[in-house]
Design a protein around this ligand. Structure first.
Ligand code: MTE
Length: 315
């Protein structure tokens, strides 16, 4: 077992001193991001130092920065893989506000800088498995979503967390179309225990730099045991709700994309198998596919969240 369970990890390992000391550097990086706004995402990246998290898949070879930042799904900028890198520079990521509302004791409109001030940034290397059959290994920089949730104090009646992406047709050419590909804004959701799980992070960077726009700048969700579409990008709203929230892909094609979207090699997508995957960067289209792992290889940490549930029904 190469990924340690949360229980094996000392708090001192998660929040090493140098990470606290890095907060000043984060503020500098955020200022750099503000200066860089308007430049293509990849040019606008600012250094974002973070200590390596033991919750990382350390046995995996990293996907190249080039592949991670040029092979993207971000339909607000077009439906093909190259469009986000070519077009997402039009998204203005500074200033950025995240509204926290719904069933919480402390609702607020957080300026991104204020949201990040008390957090400790970590580098987490996670496998990402896309429902389309490919995968990557990405060194995210982020912090546990649970840290934010604790700060805003959800009420007992809050059972789910709903997320919303910015919707700005002027800055998002893929949303300004006669026949919308999705019902904008892009929305996603998690059950409260999934949202509180230590593997669930809000990412603000990758490869040690602030997120390129095409990867969801300035802040996006990463849930490594779920298909990539749960990783909602460029978040402007986080709401605490009682009922299971709607999610963009489930609304679009309920037979193909469920609310849970846990990576599961034995539940086929109606149009193709999910049993294997193609690791991006490994020898092109003709490279040998690798078997897909239940919960994307994170079963030891997360399977208990779904004990007693029929995973074929709750896909
Ligand atoms: N978030 C928004 N707002 N819009 C999108 O189209 N695509 C999702 C997810 N988050 C998407 C999104 C899908 S299908 C995937 S696979 C991942 O983002 C891709 O993330 P990456 O481009 O950083 O690899």
């Amino acid at each position: 077992m190469l990924i340690r369970r949360p229980a094996d990890i000392l708090p001192s390992e998660i929040t090493p001193r140098e990470v606290y000391l890095n907060r000043r550097q984060w503020m500098t990086a955020a200022a750099g991001l503000a200066l860089a706004a308007g430049l293509p995402g990849s040019l606008g990246a600012a250094p974002l130092p973070a200590a390596k998290s033991p919750l990382s898949a350390t046995d995996e070879k990293l996907t190249s920065r080039e592949d991670i930042t040029t092979y993207n799904n971000f339909y607000e900028f077009g439906t093909d893989k190259a469009s986000p890198a070519a077009k997402a520079h039009t998204l203005r990521t500074s200033p950025w506000t995240v509204k926290v509302d719904g069933l919480v004791a402390k609702p607020a409109d957080y300026a991104l800088e204020d949201l990040l001030k008390p957090v400790t940034l970590e580098e987490r290397i996670y496998r990402m498995r896309c429902v389309e059959g490919w995968s990557m290994v990405i060194p995210w920089v982020g912090f546990p979503l649970a840290d934010l949730i604790r700060r805003v104090e959800p009420l007992g009646s809050a059972k789910y967390v709903a997320f919303e992406t910015a919707y700005r047709p002027d800055e998002m050419p893929g949303t300004d179309t006669f026949f919308p590909v999705l019902d904008w804004p892009y929305v996603e959701g998690l059950r409260m225990d999934e949202a509180m799980h230590p593997l669930t992070i809000l990412a603000v960077g990758l490869y040690g730099e602030t997120l390129p726009n095409q990867n969801g700048a300035p802040i996006r969700l990463v849930v490594p045991w779920k298909y990539g579409f749960k990783g909602i990008k460029s978040i402007v709203r986080i709401s605490f709700v009682e009922k299971q929230p709607e999610t963009s892909w489930n609304k679009q094609a309920p037979d193909e994309y469920g609310f849970y979207a846990n990576v599961n090699p034995s539940v086929d997508h109606p149009r193709w198998s999910q049993a294997t995957e193609r690791r991006i960067g490994e020898g092109g289209l003709f490279a040998k596919r690798r078997p897909t792992l239940l919960f994307n290889g994170y079963a030891d940490q997360v399977a208990q969240l779904y004990a007693g549930m029929d995973l074929k029904k709750f896909y």
